[in-house]
Design a protein around this ligand. Structure first.
Ligand code: ADP
Length: 438
């Protein structure tokens, strides 16, 4: 990047220098031309005061020294005096531009170029009182010639400027890139004196950086939690099976231990299923295909399936709904409804109630699961959606919980572009509402 900036800076500076040199040369050449005409005009008026027939050789030499050509032209156009050429060889001048103009306006000027000699002759003519015309002429180099003559100097100046531009370009590029380099190396620090144009870029990078750190930390915590969660049932299974293997356990205890092994392996299986489900949801994040799902039908059959479970917990599970359709995946909706209802039953009180409802609202479809259970305290409300977070670990475990149910729910809600709202009062109950935007 700095190489490109340097090239652009030097390129612009060089272009500007060449342009400035060219335009300055043109302006100076125009000034020079005006000065030549002015000098010729003064000379013409001075000569008009003289009597050309009386000009001495010395006077003529002075004109020659100053590279001046003086001519006197009659009213008819014939040359009657010329200090450089024999007048008999000269043709009629009445059609020359400066002569015609002098006859019309009293003064006339013209410049003619000789491409072969690379010179330009300037003429200034004035009409005297007797009608004759005095013309003074001077030869100078053309603009091209002047430019060609000074070219070596111009090239030296240009090279000097290139050198200065390179040094300045290097310095300014360094100055320009310095804050960006500093920014790249100290992204986590508070940025002072940063280019305003870079603020949105920095904010975005910082947010992404924080997200990456956060998700890395989450992954680390998750791995640690998974290991811990797997270890507990496996230790029990290993312990009980070892005891059975030793053959020193009575037949009553063998049955009890086998029951424990069965319970722990089921728990292990549920846990592994939940972990697999979460990693599947992680993998399909933002690119799962959504289809029309009959929310009423899915919820109704889920509630029906959980009736037995509710009975076991002495909980009354009711459902009310109307025909609703949402854009989601059927499997995800089943999981979502199942997890919410299952929690509402498991964290309920004896003879408690769970009510599930689906309804069409103005601009969304609502799924609500409310219970008259133990409730959640204010400071735990946010945390229960974290992976492996449980308010009461032993209650969760004893009812077959893994601590991953609501993490899966949160994931599903975000994938189907829905929102989740939790209202709860400790000891009174909980209401979870999922709104599917239409
Ligand atoms: P678990 O498998 O432990 O139920 P979840 O992720 O489903 O894990 O829920 C996390 C925690 O949130 C639970 O352990 C429980 O403490 C709390 N919780 C979830 N749903 C309810 C509810 N309806 N009433 C009270 N507490 C709840």
């Amino acid at each position: 990047m700095s190489k490109r900036i340097k090239i652009i800076l030097v390129g612009i500076a060089e272009f500007a220098t060449i342009l400035a040199m060219l335009s300055a040369s043109i302006i100076f050449y125009q000034g020079f031309e005006a000065q030549v005409y002015e000098d010729l005009r003064v000379m013409a008026y001075l000569f008009a005061e003289l009597d050309y027939t009386e000009i001495t050789e010395e006077g003529e030499n002075d004109f020659m020294k100053n590279k001046l050509r003086i001519s006197v032209i009659s009213k008819e156009g014939s040359v009657i005096y010329d200090n450089q050429m024999p007048i008999e060889e000269m043709n009629n001048h009445k059609n020359r531009e400066e002569i015609r103009e002098a006859k019309e306006k009293g003064e006339g000027k013209a410049a003619r170029k000789s491409e072969t000699l690379g010179s330009r002759t300037y003429y200034y003519a004035i009409q005297m009182k007797d009608g004759d015309i005095v013309r003074v002429a001077k030869k100078t180099s053309t603009f091209g010639m002047v430019f060609y003559q000074y070219c070596p100097f111009l090239i030296i100046i240009l090279l000097g400027l290139v050198f200065i531009c390179l040094i300045l370009g290097h310095y300014f590029t360094k100055k320009l890139v310095e804050p960006i380099e500093h920014l790249a190396n100290h992204l986590e620090e508070e940025q002072k004196g940063i280019y305003p144009e870079l603020i949105p870029f920095v904010t975005r990078i910082k947010a992404q950086h924080e997200d990456i750190i956060k998700s890395a930390r989450m992954r680390q915590d998750f791995t640690a939690n998974v290991s811990h969660e797997l270890k507990t049932p496996l230790t029990s299974i290993s312990g009980y099976s070892e005891l059975i293997e030793s053959g020193m356990v009575s037949s009553e205890d063998t049955q009890r231990f086998a029951k424990e092994i069965h319970k722990n392996s089921s728990r292990l299986l549920t846990l592994i299923n939940d972990i697999i489900r979460l990693s599947e949801l992680d993998a399909t994040e933002d690119n799962c295909t959504l289809e029309k799902v009959n929310l009423y039908e899915v919820t109704r059959s889920c509630v029906e399936m959980l009736q037995l479970n509710a009975k076991k917990h002495n909980v009354t599970l009711t459902f009310w709904g109307e025909h609703c359709e949402v854009m989601a995946s059927k499997e995800m909706i089943e999981e979502l409804v199942y997890n919410l209802c299952d929690n509402a039953i498991r964290y309920n009180k004896i003879d408690g109630d769970v009510h599930v409802a689906v309804k069409n609202m103005v601009d969304h479809v609502l799924l609500s699961v409310s219970d008259t259970g133990i409730g959640i305290s204010e400071n735990q409300k946010e945390r229960i959606f974290e992976r492996f977070y449980r308010v009461d670990k032993s209650r969760s475990k004893s009812t077959g919980g893994t601590g991953l149910g609501l993490a899966i729910v949160k994931h599903i809600v975000s994938q189907v572009h829905a929102n989740i709202k939790l209202e709860s009062e400790l000891g009174k109950g909980t209401k979870i509402e999922v709104t599917f935007l239409l």
